[in-house]
Design a binder for this molecule. Sequence first.
Ligand code: UD1
Ligand code: UDP
Length: 380
Amino acid sequence: MAKPKIIAVVGTRPDAIKTAPVVRELRRFDAVETVLVSTGQHREMLAQALGAFDLAPDHDLGIMQHGQTLADMTRRVLEGLDPLLASLQPQLILAQGDTTTTFVAALASFYRRVPFGHVEAGLRTESVAEPFPEEFNRRAAALVAAQHYAPTPWAAENLLNEGHQPETVFVTGNTGIDAVRHVADQTALTWYPDWTGRVVVLTTHRRENLGAPQREIAEAALEVARAHPDVLLVVPMHRNPAVRETLVSVLGGQERVDLIEPPDYADFVKLMQRSALILTDSGGVQEEAPAFGVPVLVLRHTTERPEGVQAGAAKLVGTDKTSIVTAADELLAAKAGSRPSSPYGDGRAAQRIRYLALRELGVESPMEDMWTGFKRLSTE
Ligand code: UD1
Ligand code: UDP
């Protein structure tokens, strides 16, 4: 008899980073076949992220285009995924988070009546329009999910409050924390060995920040660098041409500002560890930085990750220049050295998801003590 088949669908950099630990964990078990499908929503950044886990897609729809619109991506991913699902005939489909790839993977699973497992389920803001379009994407994915793998108890509560059945909602931790641990010590790179001062990192790419808000973010970061002569501002630039245009026009050629290509995942983790402060509108970076005790200013008006803010590891500052500069000044004046701790997971999320996903297929696998000491909602 053929083995049950699980398809993991990825498309973007965070999809790759947060799904890779699950794929690696599932592949340790011979009882199922795990197929990695890329929509190719991202190209270089996806390959780079999967590379950190020695993974490459088994199928790649290769849909990326410069200037791609949401509607166009949605159409092309659906048109590519549907025939692939028809030919591969999986028993379970997994995808993470809130990207267009994930939304369409959930929709395609629903149309083909294949159970869908949602990794990083239950994150919510109060408005379906922010972040755009991610809040819609994750709510839509939840509508059809057979299993919701919530990273935190708060995320699980959100799902229960929306009426999802308790026996489908599990607190697993965030696989992003598994990913950080996987790449720890994978690179020998030392960032800026000759710079004795501090490093401040800026990343920005959110669709709702493109244009004027992003210009204001870049201007704020420049002001921070100018006000602190011991600060080197390092800006790994997302590959979106619209993002680069703004960053280069404000920060290009400035003293103590280094605009760089997006580093490989392991190198980027090292860069976060080297930094005194991170300014970001990224979801994943917000989760990872507290694991190193590096403070984060979140360049958004709302966050679906309140745990870091509540733990005092992150502060929501929006995109207003004065707010960003004031908050950064405060943190740079404070004594360094908050203790590393992550509200987002303990590095064993992929094991929990593997156990639950296999159980969905009727395959028992070891559970060991993976819920011991871990706040759980339901496992059985
Ligand atoms: C996407 C996700 C967002 C996630 C982000 C992570 C959606 C709607 N958005 O946003 O949730 O936070 O990824 O980075 O799913 N590009 C390249 N090479 C790459 C990747 C991107 O050139 O490897 C350029 C292309 O010109 C592309 C553009 O970036 O058109 C934007 O990519 P897209 O996936 O549409 O949006 P992101 O802002 O990356
Ligand atoms: N990241 C990376 N290289 C970079 C910037 C980010 O490997 O130059 C990693 C980061 O550690 C995190 C993920 O990419 O795991 C976040 O991706 P991004 O900010 O693009 O998306 P988001 O998390 O906002 O959806």
